[in-house]
Design a protein around this ligand. Structure first.
Ligand code: 13P
Ligand code: SF4
Length: 311
């Protein structure tokens, strides 16, 4: 029973005692972002996990992110406050089906979005995040056939932007899929001139209305450099917390779903992590990420290639 505990003070005490670093993604609840040692996008969090000299990584994000931390830092204890914090993109791409897809296209290389299982990473040639995908794709010769999974919207966006014809795995993010074009147009009419920033996991009917398309860190950077004082944000709305901290004088409006409300775009997986669960994870060093060594090494190859090519 955790009633009466000062969770913030207890988390701070345990982080010192355990020599733990707390990493949080921009889609985490504000209270978790506020106590984290580092808040970032998927690429930045992978880099932090690879570089840290802490003994424990407490990962406030989803499982594929904590798995990535363990793949890159196998000697650290990696805890994820809620092991059910999955991802619809990872779920859309079962390893045995992905393996069959690869085998059906033996002349293609597999460029794979980091939002996938460790098994799928092990079956891939190069991993990308939304902030590194463009740089990495431009280093692959145009005549090299590519399969891209699991996010068909990110893959389609890259195909259109760079004139590629990558074969796309049919996965989607249920959160970014839920934005409504009609409601977005209504919101733009209410805020004439306000730019729209969208994550490339959004479908084309949202991305087509965006003034800026990029990763969570890219959207945050755009908010800091844009002219004007209002921004419409088409990604998971918890990122708005960082925008309000950095730019308190500006207005940030979450793009709506079909009900006109931006809260339908809260990622249900990210939302599973709480202060209580983080406290228990630091106290018990459970639930812990464990990955079989052969699988880890196979997955690390494609992640290392990302880290090399992304810089
Ligand atoms: P980035 O933070 O890398 O833009 O990715 C967002 C995401 O999909 C997390 O699920
Ligand atoms: Fe996965 Fe989408 Fe949630 Fe990101 S926002 S973790 S892609 S379900």
């Amino acid at each position: 029973n955790l009633t009466g505990l000062d969770l913030r003070a207890e988390i701070d005490r345990l982080r010192r005692e355990r020599n733990a670093v707390i990493l949080a993604h921009y889609y985490q609840k504000p209270e978790l972002q506020d106590l984290a040692d580092f808040v970032g996008d998927s690429l930045e969090l992978s880099r932090k996990a690879a570089e840290t000299d802490a003994d424990v990584i407490a990962f406030c994000g989803v499982k594929f992110m904590a798995d990535t931390a363990k793949i890159l830092s196998p000697n650290k204890i990696v805890v994820l406050p809620d092991m059910d914090a999955g991802c619809s993109l990872e779920d859309s791409c079962p390893p045995e089906k992905f393996k069959a897809f690869r085998e059906a296209h033996p002349d293609h290389i597999a460029l794979t979005y980091i939002n996938c299982s460790t098994e799928v990473k092990a079956l891939s040639d190069v991993i990308v995040t939304s902030s590194s995908a463009e740089t990495i794709l431009q280093q692959i010769p145009k005549d090299q056939p590519i399969i891209f999974g699991p996010d068909r919207h990110l893959g389609g966006y890259l195909n259109r932007k760079f004139g590629r014809d990558m074969l796309l795995w049919p996965g989607v993010c249920i959160v970014h899929e839920a934005f409504s074009e009609t409601e977005l147009l209504k919101l733009q009419a209410q805020h004439p001139g306000a730019p729209v920033a969208a994550h490339p996991e959004c479908p084309p009917h949202i991305v087509d209305h965006a003034d800026y398309v990029g990763s969570t860190s890219g959207i945050l950077q755009y908010a800091k450099t844009m002219e004007g004082d209002t921004l419409i944000v088409a990604t998971e709305p918890h990122i708005i917390h960082q925008m309000q901290l950095a730019l308190p004088q500006k207005t940030f409006i979450g793009a709506p779903g079909a009900d006109g409300n931006c809260n339908c775009n809260i990622c249900p997986y990210m939302a599973l992590n709480t202060m209580e669960k983080l406290y228990v994870a630091l106290r018990d060093l459970e639930p812990r990420i464990e990955i079989e060594e052969g699988l880890r090494l196979a997955a690390k190859k494609s992640l290392d290639r990302m880290l090399e090519l992304a810089s």
